[in-house]
Design a protein around this ligand. Structure first.
Ligand code: SF4
Length: 284
């Protein structure tokens, strides 16, 4: 007999948890339900992985401090990490003036309802003009730049733009944000000249709402036994749980074939480490 569902009403879903569920149900269960710690593959050198997590965390903190007006120059110059200093030099060249300036919020958490459940997003930066354009900026520290198609289709883009529109009136103080005036801008620390913009529309907003509701219903109705390991062993490349799942032997040679997806586990871990530090959550 199957066990009962593990997700209860009110559960907080995020871009990472839903994206993970789509790629591997077992990883979703281990990471987002059981919170099973497993810092890295046992036969991997943990240092580069930890360094990358730490760099991503520090870089986002620096940007958040810059946003509140702190002069980051002395702090950055005193830091010994060359990559971090290079990233900072690049982000200083970012065209801040091109962003809407009516309201700018950094590290902004947004929670919107989806049926009996909740959906969480955290914007690195939201820049908008009330009644005008609204841009979500996401700072990425990836070592590879995903394709435009991957960026457009990724769960983060779909959820962030959806949440922006759903929470629009609260964010602006009463004025809705029109979907066709919303966009998401990805900036890449290692590819600063290759920013990517994803625009939005009313039709996409409706489609994303239906997709998210269906997906969340599916997850919420699943019994524990049904969170099975993925059949696609490419997903196991770079997954921290490969040892736990006895998938180490399945991964050699498939890492490069996993392409953007392989990169994405690291991306997820960077953001997850930052999100865990959230001390305050605003409800919309
Ligand atoms: S190792 Fe593979 S099967 Fe196990 S959680 Fe990771 S992606 Fe899923």
């Amino acid at each position: 007999m199957l066990s009962s569902p593990v997700i209860q009403p009110g559960y907080l879903f995020s871009q990472h948890s839903l994206g993970t569920y789509r790629r591997c149900k077992r990883r979703f269960l281990l990471k987002y339900v059981d919170r099973q710690p497993w810092p890295c593959l046992e036969d991997d050198n943990p240092l580069p992985y930890r360094q990358h997590l730490e760099r991503g965390r520090v870089f986002h903190h620096w940007l958040a401090r810059r946003h509140v007006g702190i002069d980051m120059g002395p702090i950055v110059r005193a830091h010994e990490d060359l990559d971090l200093r290079r990233w900072w030099r690049e982000v200083e060249r970012f065209d801040w003036c091109a962003l809407p300036s009516g309201l700018r919020e950094a590290e902004l958490p947004v929670v919107v309802p989806i049926g009996a459940y909740r959906l969480y997003a955290r914007f690195d930066l939201l820049a908008l003009d009330v009644g005008g354009d609204a841009v979500i900026v996401d700072w990425k520290t990836l070592e590879r730049r995903p394709s435009q198609r991957t960026l457009r289709d990724r769960m983060q883009t779909r959820i962030y733009l959806y949440a922006l529109i759903a929470a629009g009136r609260v964010l602006t103080g009463g004025t809705p944000i029109a979907p066709d005036q919303a966009s998401m801008l990805y900036w890449f620390a290692n590819f600063p000249e290759e920013t990517a913009t994803v625009s939005y529309s009313e039709a996409e907003y409706c489609r994303d709402g239906e997709m998210l509701e269906d997906l969340i219903k599916e997850v919420a109705n699943l019994p524990r036994d049904a969170f099975a390991p993925t059949d696609d062993v490419r997903q196991c490349a770079h997954c921290n749980y490969a040892t736990l799942c006895h998938r180490e032997a399945a991964t050699p040679g498939v890492a490069s074939a996993a392409g953007d997806d392989a990169v994405d586990w690291l991306d997820e871990d960077v953001d997850f480490a930052i999100e865990l530090e959230q001390v305050q959550e605003l409800d919309y």
